[in-house]
Structure formats: C-alpha cells, structure tokens
Design a protein around this ligand. Structure first.
Ligand code: ADP
Length: 175
C-alpha cells in the first residue's frame, strides 16, 4: 500500500530478520536492558554491545523512544520504544501513539529511509491486538503525509493471528 509516496507493508515475520530496512523498532522496557519477547530476540541478535549502548540512555518512560546502533544486526539503527502496560499506564492509546510518533521523529532526525515496527505492547504488556492496530493505523495515517526521509514502513507481526488481525482492522478502517 502506498500512502503519500510512503510504502506501508504488513507482513508476518521476525523483526530481527529484516535486513533490507535501515531501522527496526524494539518494544523495550524502561530499563533498556533487554527482556523477553521481541526485546529479547533483538538483544540476542544484536549482541551484548547493544545492552551497553541502550542502558546508557535509560530510563525512559511509556511513549518515549531512543535510538542506538544495531551492532550485529544487518540494520543500521534500533529505535527503542517503551509501550504502555495495558490497564496501568494511561491513557494507553495516547502513549501507544506516542511510541510511533517518537520513533518516526527519531527516524526523520537521522535521515532514515526505511523502518520496521513490531506490534508494541501487544505481548507481555497486554494491549489487545485489534485495539492496538487501530491506534497504529490512525497514527500512521496522520504522520505519513508529514514524513520526508522515511519512504517505507513495515509492520512486522510475529504470528499469523496477529497478521490477520492487523489486515482485518485495516480493511475495516478503509471500507
Ligand atoms: P510488550 O512488552 O511491548 O508487550 P512483547 O515483546 O511481549 O512486548 O510483545 C510485543 C509483540 O511482539 C507481540 O505481538 C509479540 O508476539 C511480538 N514478537 C515477539 N517476538 C517477535 C519477533 N522476533 N519479531 C516480531 N515480533 C515479535
């Protein structure tokens, strides 16, 4: 799908295996020390140098984002966002939207042309996938027309159910 000259892709896959994109986004926690889920996978793939680089920028709160190199990963950058814990960090939708806003702001500031996002907050942090997808599409719809350097945004969903949920939500929004 192309919106205002920006290609938006929705794929099922592993965010640590997107070598054609300049930046990947991590769904981190405030300590930026690495954790489970996508965070653990990114830290394992990037190697121990990542922990040193990211921990030096901690702590960050829900909705905030910082950028590091990608070390052993094929990408150039990792943008670390802390999503809201559903039911705890409020207002959840605004904080989740801020992750995408701040990640894309950092991407623009670093002249990044392509970026992959996981479904932030939808794992351990408990954000219902369809609800999160709605926030993601609404936020991207507002931001994409303002982007200058970013030309490709890939939404990487780990399993088929998540991918199907995103596609169904997009379908319902453009109908
Ligand atoms: P959070 O704490 O923000 O909820 P999680 O890592 O627990 O973060 O989950 C966020 C989403 O990332 C979930 O939908 C999960 O299925 C997905 N995920 C887990 N591992 C990967 C991976 N390697 N690539 C892409 N997505 C992943």
């Amino acid at each position: 799908m192309i919106i205002s000259g920006v290609t938006v892709e929705i794929v099922q896959g592993d965010i640590t295996r997107q070598p054609d994109l300049e930046a990947i986004v991590n769904a981190a926690n405030s300590s930026l020390l690495g954790g489970g889920g996508v965070d653990g996978a990114i830290h394992r793939a990037a190697g121990p140098e990542l922990k040193k680089a990211s921990a030096a920028l901690a702590p960050i709160g829900p909705g905030q984002a910082v950028i590091t190199g990608a070390f052993k990963l094929a990408n150039q950058y990792i943008i670390h966002c802390v999503g809201p814990i559903y039911g705890e960090d409020k207002p959840e939708a605004d904080l989740l939207a801020s992750c995408y806003i701040n990640a894309l702001r950092l991407a623009e500031e670093n002249a990044i042309t392509s970026i992959a996002f996981p479904a932030i907050s939808t794992g351990v942090y408990g954000y219902p996938l369809a609800e999160a997808a709605e926030v993601v599409f609404r936020t991207l719809g507002q931001l994409i027309p303002c982007l200058k350097s970013v030309k490709k945004v890939r939404l990487v969903l780990f399993d088929k159910r998540a991918c199907d949920t995103y596609l169904a939500k997009l379908d319902s929004l453009v109908r």
